[in-house]
Design a protein around this ligand. Sequence first.
Ligand code: NAP
Length: 277
Amino acid sequence: MPDGDSAAPVRTGPAPTPTFMDTSELDLTGRLAVVTGAGRGIGRAVAVELARAGARLALVARSADQLAEVRDELAAAGAVAEAYSADLADIATVAELGARIERDLGPAGVLINNAGVVGPIGPTDRLSVADVEQSFRVNAIAPMLLTAAFLESMRKAGWGRIVNVSTGVVAHPTALARGNTYVAAKSALEAHSLNLAAELAGTGVTVSVYRPGRVDTAMQGWIRDQDPDTVGGGLVERFAEWHRSGELITPAHSARALVSRLGDTETGRILDVADAA
Ligand SMILES: NC(=O)c1ccc[n+]([C@@H]2O[C@H](COP(=O)([O-])OP(=O)(O)OC[C@H]3O[C@@H](n4cnc5c(N)ncnc54)[C@H](OP(=O)(O)O)[C@@H]3O)[C@@H](O)[C@H]2O)c1
């Protein structure tokens, strides 16, 4: 992080050894947690961890069948969860969604903006405008708008936790050549997060970025399924090799590292699953 960044936590001396709380110690009883992309992958695992910590859940994604499965799983375990099937690429929907959730379930205390798309991938001069726009809507604009919808009630409560799920490639943009749109959109998301953290300093509402690591999800599978010749640059082959060599971590592993940080009061942080190792 550059010097003079007011959103950066003030530290003196060497960086502390990260200590990760067991999520079983985190008490979110009575809090409403909104998780986007909660139908599968990392978002689903995050919802499970939040429910374990006592939170009530609002689960958001497009696939109603996947959301229903997660809602039923959580309900069977004794948690309260509601499913909201919504397309986050649709700005009008997102603008209304926050108010709808709060009307139904009351004020939100936790917002995990996890939904994301990695496509389009491939040579930048062959990308369609529609695909580039879709990526920015889902990866950057929707989290900004959904966050805005919950800010008033979080500020009023003097407590809130907003986590925006990003990617480690923002720190190493050259590592994902042929993924230009994704890197650009997630970089925008991170800049938004740190800027908002500074704006909300002292309110009790924290804003963090979370980089989840290489996780074995449908998103990784989608990349492996692309045509290596069309994408080019050895990108598809590299993802296939990570899968073959067993390098990917589970969604539950990554989710636990995210949820374990929600007790922290520090804001404007970029959290990485690697810090939890
Ligand atoms: N897996 C990794 O290795 C990895 C690495 C770095 C960062 N990440 C980030 O982690 C987050 C979760 O990824 P994942 O790997 O768990 O992916 P995933 O399994 O593909 O899940 C993505 C979730 O986002 C939802 N989503 C996508 N487009 C949406 C839209 N237009 N409206 C509403 N919901 C939408 C999907 O549901 P529907 O399709 O049903 O809408 C799904 O629930 C993403 O932000 C991703 O960029 C993942």
